[in-house]
Design a protein around this ligand. Structure first.
Ligand code: UDP
Length: 239
């Protein structure tokens, strides 16, 4: 294995990461690029688990705003993450990366059900494991899913891939020219400074389980690899 900082990673890809400029649906060239980025890290010999979001298709909150029952709207969101997972699996396998999709809601005809020990076994056998369906419960997010599964599989770090944002700033860099980027933060800093990075359930889970997370820009080629190799890009948050 190459000299890397993290040997088993949890990569969180938001649905947006697969959508491209339109912000909606799956954009074939975009998802292909994401798959190539994952492959370059896979080739280093590290173990990769991925949680995909579904915001490029549906968010429960939006459904609720349209008058739907929240839990029902959230189930639609969870199904959206499964569609993304299947598309990502297809793209990874087409470039020779072995994968398994595990869903939190059983769908045996198209993917394995989530079984923690089996997921770990897949990782050990050098398969990329894509966790789909979120936690399987409404009122949660896929950020929380990433923190939960990271703890369950003993991941060394959670890589929070962002679109166009290269880390955590003191203010919105698009609105405030004085916004400063942080290289390192503690979870407490995030709370004290009132920074919005991930939802509180996700951040308290990663803090409780002492799993660092790195917020970085996915749109810059080679960035996943740089994080894994320990290059100081993005913002690293520790407990
Ligand atoms: N969701 C859920 N429970 C989970 C994970 C996701 O109910 O454990 C639903 C929720 O409605 C959410 C949607 O799935 O809005 C898509 O997930 P998310 O918004 O986290 O996707 P992302 O923003 O990462 O694309």
């Amino acid at each position: 294995m190459a000299d890397v900082k993290y040997k088993r990673i949890m990569l969180k890809l938001s649905g947006e990461a697969l959508a491209g400029d339109k912000g909606f649906g799956i954009n074939p060239p975009v998802i292909k690029t994401v798959a190539e980025e994952v492959k370059s890290v896979y080739n280093l010999g590290i173990q990769i688990a991925i949680v995909v979001g579904g915001g490029n298709m549906w968010r429960g909150v939006s459904g609720e705003q349209m008058g739907m029952e929240r839990a029902q709207a959230d189930y639609i969101g969870m199904l959206a993450t499964i569609m993304n997972a299947l598309a990502l699996q297809d793209n990874l396998e087409s470039i020779g990366v072995p994968t398994r999709v595990q869903t939190s809601i059983e769908m045996r005809q198209i993917a394995e059900p989530y079984i923690r020990r089996k997921a770990i076994r897949h990782l050990e056998k050098e398969r990329v494991v894509i966790f789909a369906g979120g936690t399987g419960s409404p009122y949660f997010s896929t950020d929380t899913t990433a923190a939960l599964r990271a703890a369950e599989i003993n991941a060394d770090a959670i890589l929070m891939a962002k679109n166009g944002v290269d880390g955590i700033y003191s203010a919105d860099p698009n609105k405030d020219p004085n916004a400063v980027k942080f290289d390192q933060l503690t979870q407490l800093d995030i709370i004290n400074k009132g920074l919005h990075v991930m939802d509180t359930t996700a951040s308290s889970l990663s803090m409780d389980n002492d799993i660092p997370f790195v917020v970085f820009n996915l749109n810059q080629p080679g960035n996943i690899r740089k994080v894994v190799e320990g290059e100081n890009i993005g913002t690293t948050v520790r407990g």
